[in-house]
Design a protein around this ligand. Structure first.
Ligand code: GLP
Length: 247
């Protein structure tokens, strides 16, 4: 049951600014900061403000390492709907992160099991994740850990639910183009981060948030595992917080 860590920050713009400022603080607190990054509609505003802050305040990001949560299987950086393309468009083309410090799961890897093991090894070699930013799906998924995902899951291949494919189809010309499977960091990988920032906006997330943050910890709501993390920060806009009991 999470109360004290919930910050209701007003509207979506304020949410995006607050999340971007939180990331800048993490970068400035630790040389060689390792960030875990999400994709989706919610973080778009955060990335916009983050790139503005990096430019305006000349933030040194030369030692920052990034790991993205997930990627669709069968899509590569050239594919518009891929998370590689999303990150390039919304963050990496707008800022000077070192290419060698940017890490995403490769959805085109011939051996996906080996790819997931390689990714976990890269995270270990980087010293683990200092700040993992996550969004939340309307069914309570984080990354692509869909309902029923084992709390102790590592990086792996997952089957996307029809609900997730339908919602994510907005990023594709044809809904049939949305891949059926993806590779994702597992819930254990996410929970191993030293700090987690959960961001969510919009009324459509209010039920998932109420279940995840103030309901039982259950694998049917993957994000509910976040309640057990000892360094969780939650930033929501007002409409996402409508069903939460805030003290
Ligand atoms: C996708 C991503 C998640 C993201 C979720 C919500 O499934 N794999 O990492 O949190 O969608 O995205 P949005 O912010 O667009 O609602």
């Amino acid at each position: 049951m999470v109360y004290r860590k919930i910050n209701v920050v007003g509207d979506y713009v304020s949410l995006s600014k607050a999340a971007a400022e939180f990331i800048v603080e993490a970068i400035q607190k630790k040389i060689g900061c390792v960030l875990g990054l999400p994709t989706g509609k919610t973080p778009m505003g955060m990335y916009r403000h983050l790139t503005e802050l990096i430019k305006a305040d000349n933030i040194d990001i030369s030692t920052v390492t990034t790991f993205n949560l997930d990627e669709y299987i069968g899509l590569g950086p050239e594919d518009e709907g891929s998370f590689h393309a999303f990150m390039e468009k919304h963050l990496f083309s707008q800022s000077n992160f070192l290419k060698s410090n940017i890490h995403l799961l490769n959805g085109l890897a011939p051996d996906l099991k080996a790819e997931c093991a390689r990714y976990e090894e890269e995270i270990r070699e980087a010293g683990g994740i200092d700040l993992q930013v996550v969004g939340i799906g309307v069914n309570g998924h984080i990354g692509f850990n869909e309902p029923g995902s084992d709390f102790n899951s590592g990086a792996r291949v997952v089957k996307l639910t029809e609900a997730t494919r339908r919602i994510n189809s907005k990023e594709f010309k044809e809904s049939a183009q949305v891949p059926l499977t993806a590779v994702t960091m597992g819930l254990r990988n996410i929970m191993d981060a030293r700090q987690i920032l959960l961001i969510a906006g919009g009324n459509e997330k209010s039920l998932a948030l109420a279940k995840a943050l103030q309901g039982p910890v259950t694998e049917e709501v993957p994000a509910s595992i976040l309640q057990t993390h000892d360094n969780l920060i939650v930033m929501l806009d007002k409409s996402a917080a409508t069903l939460l009991k805030i003290r």
